[in-house]
Ligand binder design. Structure first.
Ligand SMILES: Nc1nc2c(ncn2[C@@H]2O[C@H](COP(=O)(O)O)[C@@H](O)[C@H]2O)c(=O)[nH]1
Ligand SMILES: [Mn+2]
Length: 538
């Protein structure tokens, strides 16, 4: 077990303190080990341990939750904690919030980095947290320096095939690897507010188009998807008003520029100011159904194997980023009371960003469809050929929900999804990568055991840096087509490699976990990509 740097403080005389390296054996009783260390170093009769604020640590689980480098532990010889007590939760909150929250791992076949589990664990000890779910596309992304600050734990997971295992054993660790973590794909549930990352409102919309598969020529369509990077000449103000989106400094050009809305942060000014960090996995993709596994659901959803479908993945870009930045500057990573003025203000901004992101996807779809003469009635008010929206789901957002199965007393909770698709409103699209199939699934069963959520993609297997480091293995020309025969439009060389299909996990593993292993979804149909639009510079 790696060592943890701790400061042991004599509770009754708090200027009497010592820094120690805590390095117990796996088999040691950790509480007893801390008390022995304190006895030797502080020369006191050590019997009780407190953390700053007065919470007493009396079990190894509680200790595991707080063990991290530079943690201050107050050692008492029997007396109560001396010092400022942390504000205690209300009786209602205390009753509602078992500690620590339960963590459920949905992955079985899918590979999940241990660091990502460490983050689930860290999420579980946030104030007010009740349940945390790790979806099979869970992957870590935060840089190490942030990880060290927020993520002290590594977790072991019990795997059983047919039930959803909870993480039952946690060991402290500080040997984090030299890249990333932050939970990119998991679902957080708090009964308080917490922010949902920077791309608030990110999600996916699936449209049917008027194009028939038999006459669709990907290369020809790719030629026609030009000249859509500049400002949109559509009625921005009007569509925003109709969608109830409040105007912000990020509006006009953001909506008018497809590269900025689905592209990367590499573009130069005047586009740069519209970018939000790390947005390079957004895309617009034309797809066709290649397999129908549940014909009844397929017909019920009014789908057709002869049609080309358009999937758009995008979010609130720089608008969401600005909300996160303002929130973090003021509140750090603390949650907010829903009813507080700050909570209300965050919620208003969050809701607006979600609507903005949804409208953004619609405008992207409309522009793509206009170029391909595929139907333009995407945004309400568009003229002419009707197209149908099959689904439109946010996977980075927060919503209030009644939590509980039939016959149980329902509880009101805040569901925070960070890269998880809601599974309580019908069909869900789970794409793999631009070089893999996408799965249209229907949630089955109660869904409470998986937090009313499913995976929303395959999740990254490689960091962007690692993906780029393999640039020599394949020419950019080769990168612009896929093994499925589809065409890729991406005029940014780095992005082309960063987003290569191999950078993502196997989508079939994710789907097997959700279906055969966990039995929380069934596959309705499988789609294959025809043409993926990532970015054009003009
Ligand atoms: N069909 C495509 N799927 C893709 C592409 N790029 C990424 N992806 C998948 O989407 C999710 C989105 O994840 P998020 O965390 O960014 O919301 C990702 O996990 C991939 O599985 C693509 O070009 N085409
Ligand atoms: Mn997304």
């Amino acid at each position: 077990m790696p060592s943890t740097r701790l400061t042991l403080i004599k509770n009754s005389q708090q200027n009497f303190r010592t820094a120690v390296l805590f390095n117990p054996r796996e088999s040691d009783d950790k509480i007893a080990a801390i008390l022995t260390l304190a006895k030797n170093k502080l020369r006191i009769r050590a019997t009780r341990i407190f953390v700053e604020g007065g919470n007493e640590i009396s079990s190894s689980d509680e200790l595991a939750n707080v063990l991290q480098n530079d943690r201050k532990l107050f050692i008492s010889g029997g007396e109560d904690y001396i010092g400022l007590l942390k504000e205690h939760p209300s009786a209602e909150e205390a009753a509602f919030t078992p500690a620590p929250a339960t963590i459920t791992n949905i992955a079985y076949e899918s590979h999940v980095e241990p660091d990502a589990f460490a983050q689930l664990k860290q999420t579980a000890i946030l104030k007010g947290m009740r349940y945390v779910f790790g979806m099979p596309d869970l992957h870590p992304v935060m840089p190490l320096r942030l990880l060290r600050k927020y993520v002290p734990h590594r977790c072991d997971i019990r795997h059983r095939r047919h039930d959803l295992p909870s993480i039952d054993r946690c060991v402290a660790a500080n040997s984090m690897r030299n890249t990333f973590p932050s939970l990119c794909t998991c679902q957080f549930i708090y009964n308080r507010f917490h922010n949902t990352g920077d791309d608030i409102g990110c999600g996916m919309v699936l449209y049917s188009t008027r194009l028939s598969v038999s006459s669709f020529k990907p290369q020809r369509a790719a030629e026609r998807l030009r000249g859509i990077e500049g400002p949109w000449d559509g009625p921005i103000k009007e569509v925003m008003e109709r969608a109830g989106v409040e105007s912000t400094e990020f509006d006009a050009t953001a909506l008018g520029t497809i590269g900025n809305t689905i592209g990367t942060n590499i573009l130069r000014p005047p586009f740069l100011h519209l970018m939000s960090p790390g947005g390079g996995n957004h895309f617009a993709e034309l797809q066709q159904f290649t397999e129908i596994l549940d014909p009844d659901e397929f017909v019920r959803a009014n789908l057709s194997a002869d049609r080309v479908y358009l999937l758009v993945h995008s979010g609130s870009r720089r608008l969401g980023g600005s909300i996160l930045a303002a929130h973090t500057a003021k509140h750090g990573h603390a949650g907010l009371e829903p009813s507080s003025p700050e909570g209300q203000s965050y919620l208003r901004k969050h809701d607006n960003a979600c609507k903005w992101a949804r409208l953004n996807r619609e405008v992207i779809a409309r522009r793509v469809m206009e170029r391909l003469n595929a139907g333009d009635d995407v945004v309400e008010g568009g003229k002419g050929k009707k197209v149908e929206k099959v689904l439109d789901l946010w996977h980075n957002n927060m919503e209030r929900k009644e939590w509980g199965s039939e016959g149980e007393t329902k509880k009101q909770v805040w569901v925070h999804r960070k890269g998880a698709a809601p599974s309580d409103r019908g069909l869900v699209m789970i794409p793999g990568s631009r070089g893999a199939c996408s799965y249209l699934v229907m949630p089955v069963g109660d869904q409470k055991e998986n937090g009313y959520s499913l995976a929303h993609g395959a999740g990254r297997k490689w960091t962007r840096t690692f993906a780029l480091s393999r640039q020599h293995r394949c020419t950019s020309q080769q990168m612009r087509t896929t093994s499925l025969g589809s065409v890729v439009i991406c005029e940014d060389e780095e992005l082309l490699y960063e987003e290569q299909p191999d950078a993502y996990k196997e989508i079939t593993d994710i789907i097997t976990d959700l279906t055969a292993n966990r039995r929380i979804a069934k596959v309705v149909a499988i789609l294959s990509p025809l043409l993926t639009y990532k970015l054009r510079k003009k």
